[in-house]
Design a protein around this ligand. Structure first.
Ligand code: SF4
Length: 296
C-alpha cells in the first residue's frame, strides 16, 4: 500500500512539473531510464514496476554510461525506496534515487524552495534556518565555505559575525563587496553541530547529500572564478582525497565544472591563526590574476 502511495505522489509531482528532491550524480542515468519507461506507459502500476526494475538492474549492470556502485545502491534500496516517503523522510544515502526531477534541472526558485524544505540528511534535524547563499545570481566571483555555524543557523545567511567581517574585508581586497558581483555559499546548507551543540565539520555523507545543490548553484551562476574557503570546501569541490594536504590545494588553479577555482584558508581559521593571513593574501592575489586572465 505504501508503495502505491509513493507511486501516486511521484505521478502527481511529475504532472505538476515539480519534484523537490535531490539526486546523487550517478542517479541521473537511472532517472532517465525510469522516465523513458514511464513515458511509454504512464500508469501508476507501471511507474512502480519500471522504477523497481530499473533500480534492480542498476545494481548489477551499467545504466547508461554509469555503473552504480553496489555499496551505494544496495538491494535494500529497492525495497526501502517505496517504503519511505520520498519527500518528507530522512533517507539514508543509498536511498536517494527518488525524484523524477533532478536538482541539476532546477531553476533558482525551485532550488531555493527545495533547500528550504530539504530533509535529505540528518542535519535537517537541528537546524533553525537553512542557509542557501547570498549574493548576485550573475556573480563573477563565487566564494564557497564549509557550512553554517551557530550565528548563520539563526540568521539564515552565510558568514556573519567576525568571520563574515573578515570575509568582507577579503572581498574588498579584490575590489568587490558582498552582494555586488559576488555570491557566497556553503558546501552544506544546514549547520553541523556535535553533541555538545558546538560547530563541527560536515561528514562525508552530509557533504555528498548536499553537494548537488552547490553544483546547481555553480551551474546557474557561471562565475568567472571560484574561491574555496578552507580545506573542506576545496576537497568537496575538487573531489580530492580528504587527506590531501593543504599545500597541494593552495598555490594552484583547479577546475570545477570547467571554472577556475583557487583555494585559501577559511576566515574562521585566519581569526585563530592571524599569521596565516599573508598566505591568504597570496591566494587572493592568485585568484585576482586568474580573474584577470594573467595567472599563467
Ligand atoms: S545539509 Fe543539505 S542535504 Fe542536508 S538537510 Fe540540509 S539542505 Fe538537505
Amino acid at each position: 500500500m505504501q508503495s502505491n502511495q509513493a507511486a501516486t505522489r511521484i505521478k502527481m509531482l511529475t504532472e505538476m512539473g515539480i519534484g523537490p528532491v535531490w539526486l546523487p550524480r550517478y542517479a541521473d542515468a537511472i532517472q532517465e531510464a525510469i522516465e523513458v519507461s514511464v513515458t511509454a506507459d504512464p500508469s501508476i502500476d507501471h511507474i512502480e514496476t519500471a522504477t523497481q526494475s530499473v533500480i534492480a538492474e542498476a545494481i548489477v549492470a551499467p545504466v547508461g554510461n554509469m555503473q552504480v556502485p553496489e555499496a551505494v545502491l544496495s538491494d535494500e534500496t529497492a525495497s526501502a525506496w517505496f517504503d519511505q516517503s520520498p519527500v518528507s523522510d530522512v533517507l539514508p544515502v543509498s536511498s536517494r534515487v527518488v525524484a523524477l526531477r533532478s536538482v541539476s534541472d532546477m531553476s533558482w526558485d525551485e532550488l531555493e524552495a527545495s533547500v528550504a524544505s530539504c530533509r535529505a540528511c540528518g542535519l535537517c534535524e537541528g537546524r533553525q534556518k537553512t542557509v542557501f547563499g547570498v549574493g548576485a545570481r550573475t556573480a563573477n566571483w563565487l566564494f564557497v565555505g564549509e557550512g553554517p555555524g551557530y550565528n548563520e543557523n539563526i540568521q539564515g545567511e552565510p558568514f556573519v559575525g567576525a568571520a563574515g567581517q573578515l570575509l568582507d574585508n577579503m572581498l574588498l581586497s579584490l575590489g568587490v563587496r558582498r552582494g555586488e558581483r559576488t555570491y557566497i555559499a556553503n558546501v552544506v546548507k544546514c549547520r553541523p553541530s556535535n553533541q555538545e551543540g558546538k560547530d563541527r565539520p560536515p561528514s562525508a555523507d552530509e557533504i555528498a547529500s548536499c553537494l548537488p545543490y552547490l553544483e546547481r548553484q555553480i551551474a546557474l551562476i557561471q562565475p568567472q572564478v571560484i574561491v574555496a574557503l578552507g580545506k573542506t570546501a576545496a576537497i568537496a569541490l575538487t573531489g580530492f582525497d580528504p587527506e590531501t594536504p593543504v599545500t597541494q590545494l593552495r598555490n594552484k588553479v583547479h577546475r570545477v565544472a570547467g571554472i577556475p577555482m583557487v583555494a585559501t584558508y577559511h576566515p574562521a581559521y585566519l581569526l585563530r591563526k592571524p599569521l596565516e593571513k599573508s598566505k591568504a593574501w597570496q591566494d587572493l592575489c592568485l585568484a585576482q590574476r586568474t580573474f584577470d586572465g594573467t595567472s599563467v
